[in-house]
Design a protein. Structure first.
Ligand code: NAD
Ligand code: TYD
Length: 338
């Protein structure tokens, strides 16, 4: 397939994916469709200004006529849907936005793609749909029952059900990937790792929720991009593929590692009130994609976090741009009273 629609390609993973794809595939047209919410940033794509194989379209995935026009005019053959509201804390504050984009928007994309006979539809989902694990429980497999706990994960789980239903009911060629937490360049600094790096640079306190003993499995974003493209090219229609980093860490260990990498000490750590309904542990069993598609992560955390800190230190303007304005007032609101 030559002409691909990527939605949400001005966000963190989407922008990394667009660049990965353009590096990887010579013969491709990437149409990047993004609503440019607070999380979308055209500056993340500034190095693609002269790239003829990349077209940016400013639009909302809920806008049926714009999606249809985009698919038709660019002779799109495949859709990869990254567009989403993606931050758990915001979903606790304002769940409605998440239902609108993540559920209604995905349904609109599916229906339009079906109407136009799009060959393949890949939904980018998350391990958070499986819910939370205790320290003894085995990692999530693709057969683990879905038990979303936050409005964010509930909206992503709903979208996954729709994607599955479009395959089952209409025979559409759909796939779902469920990945663990990503880190790397271009991530909006409300998420734990860039927030921690940014605060460390500025000598600001790092808010650690609750006891900091929650566990996440961190994957370098480029490894995620590679897995997505493998699934899109070779995955079995109708299937779900888990993607993980094989790198479980407590939040407090993560923060200590980042502080050390930034040349700061632990005095910046500040334990704050926990997130309501905070999932304790995520862990991903990704043996299916390993076995079927020969994928495994290439970056280990030790080197990935060093290059991530380096990228943010070399791109302070990018960070400063994002940490002013809307984000600044959001941050002040989130952490006052915590
Ligand atoms: P992000 O918040 O950085 O980017 C989301 C992008 O979607 C932004 O560019 C935003 O402008 C765009 N967008 C939002 N609403 C839109 C709408 N209605 N129409 C069109 N565009 C819209 O998110 P991310 O971290 O890059 O995540 C991308 C996808 O990967 C999401 O679907 C998320 O659920 C999933 N995911 C993320 C992680 C992670 O660790 N970040 C892990 C697993 C899965
Ligand atoms: P986050 O990056 O928001 O991803 P998710 O909630 O989707 O896993 O958070 C990662 C972990 O870090 C999560 O357990 C919540 C915690 N966290 C903090 O302790 N402090 C913070 O300021 C943030 C944003 C997150």
């Amino acid at each position: 397939m030559k002409n691909i629609l990527v939605t949400g390609g001005a966000g963190f993973i989407g922008a990394n994916f667009v660049k990965y794809l353009l590096r990887k595939q010579r013969d491709i047209l990437v149409v990047n469709y993004d609503a440019l919410t607070y999380a979308g940033n055209l500056e993340s794509l500034s190095d693609l200004l002269e790239e003829k194989r990349h077209i940016f379209i400013h639009g909302d995935i809920r806008d049926q006529s714009k999606i249809e026009k985009t698919l038709v005019e660019n002779q799109i053959e495949g859709v990869i849907n990254f567009a989403a509201e993606s931050h758990v804390d915001r979903s606790i504050d304002n769940p409605g936005e998440f239902i609108q984009t993540n559920v209604v928007g995905t349904l609109n994309l599916l229906a339009t793609a079906r109407k136009l006979g799009i060959k393949r539809f890949l939904q980018i989902s998350t391990d958070e749909v499986y819910g939370s694990l205790s320290s003894e429980e085995a990692a999530f497999t693709e057969d683990t029952q879905i038990r979303p706990n936050s409005p964010y994960s509930a909206s992503k789980a709903s979208a996954d059900h729709l994607v599955r239903a479009y395959h089952h009911t209409f025979g559409m060629d759909t796939l779902i990937t469920r990945c663990s937490n990503n880190y790397g360049p271009l991530q909006f600094p409300e998420k734990m790792i860039p927030l921690c790096i940014n605060n460390a640079f500025c000598g600001k306190k790092i808010p650690v929720y609750g006891d900091g003993m929650q566990i996440r499995d961190w994957l370098y974003v480029e490894d995620h991009c590679e897995a997505i493209w493998k699934v899109f090219l070779k995955g079995k229609s109708g299937e779900v593929y888990n993607i993980g980093g094989d790198n479980q860490m407590t939040n407090i260990d993560l923060v200590r590692t980042i502080l050390k990498t930034c040349g700061r000490d632990d005095s910046l750590i500040s334990f704050v009130k926990d997130r309501p309904g905070h999932d304790r542990r995520y862990a991903i069993n990704f043996s299916k994609i390993k076995k079927e598609l020969d994928w495994k992560p290439k970056h280990d955390f030790a080197s990935g976090i060093v290059s991530t800190v380096k990228w943010y230190s070399e791109n302070r303007e990018w960070l400063d741009h994002l940490t002013s304005g809307e984000y600044k007032s959001y941050y002040e609101k989130m952490y006052s009273g915590r």
